[in-house]
Design a protein around this ligand. Structure first.
Ligand SMILES: [Mn+2]
Length: 376
């Protein structure tokens, strides 16, 4: 048995208000390409597993639905015998995702979005694929998934076939990213021990590719969906199962249309020169190391970085709000009720030098006029 694992496609996602449809289209074409490569190499994939979060929202934008529809059509044209196994994730609407599921089953496109058939596997040759869509845990001590997976394992027990589990959940001890929704605390974390009876477990939900334990793998999302994933290499997982042997898992890298990059440095290095020119088209977050606040940085840098999506200057903000604020507070305290002295301090702070006598003189004139009015 040879299959390809992915999940967390999040079609239709907006990344800092930017549509990722072109990126996702490119990524899906790389999946089709990998399926093609399998055929031309003489060792075709028998199945493609999509472990939840096909869409980013329960009501996905029309172009995301079109994109997924044409992806399925491309796969079917490329590889008429490929089985496509899809479960719903926490971002999907189970009802909408399972549209025409009964009919698509005949096309070997198996969509499972409810708990009805979790104990009925999809059998492909020597392997039984059990599909557990995302389910909301109840208030019990034990997450609902743990109980369901134990039930499934009991079904698989005694069957000679290899058993593969597909699920969309948070396995205890796994590492999370910034782009997953609804991953908090430990209440919904599923114990790793429940996967022990399966030949292989293909998980979705966490966006970093990782081996949780034994033969339990997250493929991770095929694209980076937050800046904290910028250092994660994105991939699909090629899995080969052979009875009596350990599963062979190989990472198939995805080359994104735009990289997601975090850069850090002085403002001037981004504003002038070529140091970062290789990133001019990537999705960029800049962490500015300057100690003074830069005004309108995005406006200034956009001509050089077309996809600058985030600009951070914590260092300047912290410096200005801590040391400078303390200094200001002290000087205000020292100036007491002398309003002319207050202005002098304010202007010195603003210009970072002695204020011009002219401005102070003008202000004094205004003060005198005000006083005259009040006494009149
Ligand atoms: Mn997800």
């Amino acid at each position: 048995m040879k299959f390809l694992q992915t999940g967390d496609l999040h079609l239709g996602k907006l990344f800092y208000e930017r549509s990722l449809i072109p990126d996702q289209k490119d990524m899906l074409s790389q999946i089709v390409c990998e399926i093609k490569n399998g055929i031309s190499s003489g060792s075709p994939y028998q199945a493609l597993l999509i472990c939840g979060d096909v869409y980013d929202r329960s009501v996905p934008p029309a172009e995301a639905v079109e994109l997924f529809s044409s992806f399925l059509a491309d796969l079917r044209n490329t590889s008429p015998n490929l089985h496509i196994l899809i479960i719903s994730g926490n971002h999907d609407s189970a009802n909408r995702l399972s549209y025409a599921a009964e009919i698509l089953d005949y096309q070997n496109i198996h969509i499972r979005a409810s708990l009805e058939k979790i104990q009925t596997p999809i059998i492909i040759e020597d392997t039984a694929f059990y599909m557990l869509p995302f389910c909301r845990s109840g208030a019990d001590d034990q997450p609902l998934e743990e109980k369901l997976i134990k039930d499934i394992a009991a079904c698989a027990f005694g069957d000679d076939r290899q058993a593969v589990l597909l699920a969309h959940l948070f396995a205890n001890g796994a590492e999370k990213s910034d782009s997953e929704r609804g991953v908090w605390g430990t209440a919904e974390q599923v114990s790793k021990t429940v996967f022990a009876d399966f030949t292989y477990t293909a998980l979705g939900h966490l966006h970093k590719c990782q081996n949780v334990t034994g033969n339990v793998w997250y493929s991770g999302s095929p694209l980076a969906y937050s800046f904290d994933e910028s250092s994660n290499a994105k991939c699909l997982l090629q899995v080969e199962l052979e009875p009596g042997k350990e599963p062979a898992v190989t990472k198939i890298p995805i080359d994104p249309l735009h990289k997601v990059v975090r850069l850090s440095g002085a403002f001037v290095e981004f504003y002038e020169g070529d140091k970062y020119s290789e990133y001019k088209d990537d999705y960029v977050e800049i962490s500015c190391t300057d100690t003074t606040i830069v005004e309108n940085p995005v406006l200034l840098l956009r001509p050089r970085f077309a996809n600058l999506l985030s600009f951070r200057q914590e260092k300047a903000v912290i410096e200005e709000t801590s040391s400078d604020m303390t200094a200001r507070r002290n000087s205000i305290f020292q100036a007491k009720d002398n309003i002319q002295e207050h202005l002098k301090l304010f202007l010195s702070d603003l210009y970072q030098q002695e204020p011009p006598q002219e401005e102070l003189g003008l202000f004094q004139t205004l003060l005198d006029e005000k006083e005259k009015d009040e006494t009149a």
